[in-house]
Write a protein that binds this ligand. Sequence first.
Ligand code: C2E
Ligand code: MG
Ligand code: MG
Ligand code: MG
Length: 278
Amino acid sequence: RAKAGGRGGWSFFDEEMDLELRKRRALEHDLKQAIAQGELELFFQPIVSLTHGRVAACEALLRWKHPERGYVSPAEFIPLAEETGTIGAIGEWVLRRACHEAVSWPSGVAVAVNVSAAQFRNAAVVRAVMEALTESGLPAYRLELEITESVLLTDNVATLATLHTLKRLGVRVAMDDFGTGYSSLSYLQSFPFDKIKIDQSFVRNLDITGNSRLIVRSVVGLGRSLGMTVTAEGIETEAQMEQLRLEGCDEAQGYLFSRPVPANAIHEQFERLRLKAA
Ligand code: C2E
Ligand code: MG
Ligand code: MG
Ligand code: MG
């Protein structure tokens, strides 16, 4: 502990850090029990085909309902789970739940699951994917794994081997948050992704700057040349959707179509979106 300065400023700062650390420890501890306590829930958000107007897939998005703190954002607890190693068990749970839900959907609808870099650090992810598919009976081509470039930053050779193994199973692989990292482009060179998801920051700026539109146009062209599906995330307005459609973007996801909803509410969304498209 830093010794108290003339006015005690340092020790105050110290106590604040102490409190932060204790809060974090408590959250880590709670997260370890979250699965067993039934506090985790998967929400699903439709991804709509801009060419057919149909729901092409739904992305599984994890929610943690903490008994005292209410809903904790995955942006907060996923990094915690990664650091503490809990992500392995959580990731397996997510894969199981997601595949289990998806078998009850129309057969043209795939399920997209986020897989984090920490899950790729051991080969258990392949076994987890195979088990989730076998147990649920979901065909592999209806499962899509979304990875961010942080996956490829770690231990490249082993990670690429794992990705290839997954692809051989028939699972599709998407690069999430495209355009936000350091070397998204170079990763396209090292692995045959099936899909790229344009990050929502580009979509948000579509209304504001002409550059975003040119960037979207280029990414669509790039995806097309490489034979990949191009999806845009975070569509909130009709105007954004129209621009993306004009630029030839294949799929769109965002609050304009639907917010992420609990599993038992997704069938209503299928109905509603089908009616809207007709
Ligand atoms: P992501 O995979 O890029 O997911 C998209 C995020 O954008 C989700 O946030 C979604 O709710 C949000 N979103 C969708 N449409 C819109 C829109 O129109 N406007 C705005 N402002 N936001 C929109 P969410 O659910 O908070 O998840 C945040 C991140 O947490 C995800 O980003 C993903 O990286 C991670 N995550 C979520 N679930 C899982 C999981 O099961 N496993 C792992 N490893 N990561 C997960
Ligand atoms: Mg995602
Ligand atoms: Mg994303
Ligand atoms: Mg993200």
